[in-house]
Design a binder for this molecule. Structure first.
Ligand SMILES: [Zn+2]
Ligand SMILES: [Zn+2]
Length: 364
């Protein structure tokens, strides 16, 4: 515990996040996809040493009983966005920055120290800025119905930021028992009012009850409130089997958002995901053509959590006073974005389609 506390204290003032190059003293940054730190001046590579101790998941029951004393915490230097309230840690060498989520300029000399639950693991950046930028350009190029002015503005921006988004991941063992009914379909013959023989589909119901045990691993819940849930969910899946123990080196050169959704709120979302999976498994176990579930009782035990950081490239841009965001999963390259539609272009396309239809009709 002493060692972990010291390690966290070392990052307390944010200075330790800058790794000076042993050769020339300039900042080193994590080079996406490499496992190395690279000097921004002389280009020297230095491999990141493996973290001692591996990934240690935290006991959820203990956290509930003891609060923040029940899990390791960390002091972080955060700057809070005056526009959307997102709190981020930034590389100390950054001189000016707009908020990654809402494009509001950040006041960098107003960094404050805050105590937060420490991350246990992360997925390091796999895609570099140039690759993400080219994904952004081809995504824009594919937006045929977007206003040209937007495409031009977004191209000029070139403002992709590399950012770690906060997540919670939960492991839990579930034991359920259920009471329900299995429905079997059958064709039945009958005579209709006109005296004709007909067949119809009927369902016969049989009692079904049983038990089910499901173990869950790494059920994700977002720790961020800065992006719409459907946008971050669309970035899934993440290759969580490749999680690395948290090390400050991987953050070097990148921003990281501090969580605003706590462990308990995250657990509620994760439990909902687990309950959906359990219900699906119960239906499968009941079998038949249809299922009814009258009672389903589930106990979760041995629940553990990890605070994770997952990497993305993000561009936020304003167009006609409205905010649009473009995201790239920096592991898989999955692209998601919010986009405006050009009313003129859509009207034009509809007109062209109508002309074509009229022309076809006139040929007949
Ligand atoms: Zn150097
Ligand atoms: Zn903001």
């Amino acid at each position: 515990m002493g060692e972990i506390a010291d390690q966290h204290a070392a990052t307390a003032n944010g200075r330790a996040l800058a790794f000076p190059c042993p050769g020339c003293g300039s900042a080193q940054r994590y080079a996406p996809g490499s496992g190395d730190l690279v000097c921004v001046s002389c280009g020297a590579h230095r491999p990141i040493a493996a973290a001692p101790g591996g990934i240690v998941a935290q006991d959820y029951a203990r956290y509930l009983a003891e609060g923040e004393r029940g899990a390791p915490t960390d002091e972080v230097r955060l700057v809070t966005c005056p526009g959307c309230g997102a709190a981020v840690s930034l590389p100390p060498e950054v001189a000016a920055q707009a908020c990654a989520f809402c494009a509001t300029p950040l006041v960098l000399d107003q960094r404050e120290t805050a105590r937060r639950l420490a991350p246990q693991a992360l997925l390091p950046f796999g895609l570099d800025a140039a690759t993400a930028q080219s994904r952004f350009r081809s995504w824009l190029g594919g937006l045929w119905f977007a206003p040209n002015a937007l495409k031009k503005a977004a191209r000029q921006e070139e403002s992709l930021q590399g950012l770690y988004l906060p997540y919670w991941a939960y492991d839990s063992a579930s034991a359920s028992d259920y009471v329900g009914e299995r429905g079997r379909h059958r064709r039945e013959e009958y005579t209709d009012s006109a005296g004709r023989r007909q067949t119809r589909l009927v369902t016969d119901w049989f009692p079904a009850s049983g038990e089910l045990a499901l173990d869950f691993e790494n059920v994700l819940a977002t720790g961020s409130r800065s992006l719409p849930g459907d946008l971050t969910e669309a970035l899934e899946p993440w290759d969580l089997d490749r999680l690395q123990p948290w090390q400050a080196e991987y953050l070097s050169g990148f921003a990281a958002e501090a969580y605003r959704v706590g462990v308990e709120e995250g657990y509620a979302a994760a439990e909902q995901r687990m309950r959906q999976a359990i219900e699906q498994a119960v239906r499968q176990q009941i079998g038949g053509d249809e299922q009814r579930i009258h009672e389903l009782r589930t106990r979760f035990s041995g629940t553990r959590f990890k605070h994770l950081l997952l990497p993305l490239w993000i561009s936020s841009y304003r167009f006609n006073g409205k905010l649009y965001r473009f995201l790239v999963n920096a592991r898989t390259g999955e692209v998601q974005g919010e986009r405006p539609w050009s009313a003129w272009k859509i009207a034009g396309a509809v007109l062209v389609a109508l002309i074509v239809i009229v022309w076809i009709l006139l040929q007949q």
